[in-house]
Design a protein around this ligand. Structure first.
Ligand code: GLY
Ligand code: MN
Ligand code: MN
Length: 492
């Protein structure tokens, strides 16, 4: 079950109280609706199987904290290993069947209680729950049209059995991407191959696009949880801003941020915190947090919590002494203006690529103006603006979605332009006369701006009324950032 494990401390509770999701009821209603929509899309000729994630080894005999498979979590809300969901949309009454692991007193002494079938039923809203050892005979009965244990009525699975008899049934799975023929197939593909060896009358179908399309549109319940998740993350960023100062270490900022997650009932971070000061701000996925910060540094912090399964994505870049230098400000203002242009482009009916184009135009023009780029058109500016500026957010920080689908209400995404000036970037350029001329022309500007890295990233939700910046509580303009830092100076 999703982890509603802590109450908020009073101080943040005041800010968050309105959107607190207190009971498991709305979650169960929501996951029921998600399963119904998946079944609608899969159709009555289909049996679909979804597995929980395996545990993952940290080192030797210690595992990482368990992370449920996002699709299984999306469909059941159950955060437990050895869980399998079967959907049979054509069944008369038992269209959802869940399998959970058997009770084991010794394991539960070591690792904690496992949901019994009846507890799993309450947690997920799935009425028919069996233990995991019944999965094999169940599938064998279904795919051989013999009738499965647990589906006793003769006509319960008639629609699927008819489809099987006529050779038009589907076995829908989340098939792992297969890049080439020599790569070992993942567990779902291996399962499909084993079923194909033994049974007939069905095709294997990839359910990945169905899940991606549904997860892309957040339900009102998900919107409320995501809003709260991002609110916790904005509180965390503020704590990080208060903790940052010359002489402090990056890990001290990280610790201030992550304490706010745990203190507010978030399950964990949504992705490892990036806390990069000085030259580390130009490393996109810097995770070490091991540098002592110096007066004059900019600090880039990209961090967000996983709260009840949903993750925002936020970056702020700020001067740890409270004041941007002129050079830092030059870069920051371009990134800020690019993000503003991206926000304007984020409208219902627009393409995600319109956001990219809007940001790119501002980034390119700004970089030309600073003398860091010589070409006012084309892709030369990508040497300093190296990553895409938008992606979906949700159960995964880089969430799933249907590529190229126009923006619609319920979609959640980032807008995150960035500029990173690294003189090593010249080494990546092919040694051509044109590139040598480019390097000569921009060398002085690169000398001036080198080691400055700025990203500004907010988490957005598109609503019928327009785009909502979920992380708007966090200072973003130069003036607001400097004001916040100066006001928090007393506590730093
Ligand atoms: N935090 C990873 C990203 O911004 O995409
Ligand atoms: Mn991002
Ligand atoms: Mn990010």
């Amino acid at each position: 079950m999703l982890n509603f494990r802590r109450q908020f401390p009073l101080v943040v509770a005041v800010a968050l109280a309105i959107v607190r999701i207190a009971s498991a009821g709305p979650m169960q209603e929501d996951v029921k609706g998600r399963r119904a929509r998946v079944m609608d899309k899969l159709g009555p000729d289909t049996v679909a199987v979804f597995w929980s994630a395996p545990p993952r080894i940290y080192s030797n005999d210690v595992n990482y904290e368990y992370r449920q498979d996002s699709n299984l979590l999306y469909l059941t809300g159950i955060d437990q290993e050895d869980t399998i969901l079967v959907l049979m949309p054509g069944n008369r009454t038992k269209r959802e069947i869940l399998f959970v692991r058997e009770a084991d007193a010794r394991r539960e002494h070591w690792n904690g209680h496992s949901l019994t079938p009846s507890e799993a039923s309450v947690a997920s809203g799935v009425e028919t729950v069996f233990t995991a050892n019944q999965f094999e005979p169940f599938m064998a009965g279904v795919l051989s049209a013999q009738g499965a244990p647990g589906l006793p009525q003769a006509d319960e699975a008639k629609a699927f059995f008819d489809a099987l008899g006529q050779g038009r049934a589907n076995l829908a799975l989340l098939l792992e991407p297969q890049r080439n023929l020599t790569e070992t197939p993942g567990p779902a593909r291996q399962f499909a191959a084993r079923m194909r060896d033994r049974f007939f009358g069905f095709q294997v179908k990839d359910a990945t696009p169905v899940l991606a399309g549904l997860r892309q549109i957040k339900t009102p319940y998900e919107q409320a949880v995501l809003r709260q998740s991002v609110l916790i993350s904005t509180e965390a960023h503020k704590a990080g801003m208060r903790a940052a100062a010359p002489g402090k270490w990056e890990y001290q900022v990280e610790s201030a941020i992550e304490a706010v997650y745990l203190n507010n009932g978030a399950m964990s971070w949504g992705y490892p915190s990036i806390v990069g000061s000085g030259p580390n701000a130009t490393i996109l996925h810097y995770e070490k947090s091991s540098r002592q910060m110096e007066n004059g540094d900019l600090l880039l912090v990209d961090a967000a919590a996983n709260f009840e399964g949903l993750t925002g994505d936020i970056t702020r870049t700020y001067p740890i002494n409270g004041h941007f230098t002129q050079a830092q400000r030059d870069i920051y203002e371009i990134v800020f203006a690019a993000q503003e242009a991206g926000i304007k482009a984020a409208k219902i009916g627009a393409a995600p690529d319109d956001i990219q184009k809007a940001c790119d135009e501002v980034l390119r023009a700004g970089l030309v103006k600073l003398g860091l780029v010589t070409e006012p058109t084309g892709r030369q500016f990508k040497i300093w603006a190296t990553h895409g500026v938008t992606h979906w957010i949700g159960m995964d920080v880089h969430d799933v979605g249907v590529r190229g689908k126009p923006l619609e209400a319920g979609m959640a995404f980032t807008i995150e332009p960035g500029i990173y000036i690294r003189d090593q970037a010249f080494n990546d350029l092919p040694k051509t006369p044109e590139n040598a001329a480019f390097i000569e022309k921009v060398r002085a500007a690169v000398e001036k701006y080198k080691n400055i890295g700025v990203r500004i990233e907010d988490s957005f939700l598109l609503l019928p009324s327009g785009v909502e910046n979920l992380s708007a509580a966090l200072p973003r303009t130069v003036a607001d950032v400097e004001r916040f830092l100066s006001e928090s100076k007393g506590s730093r």
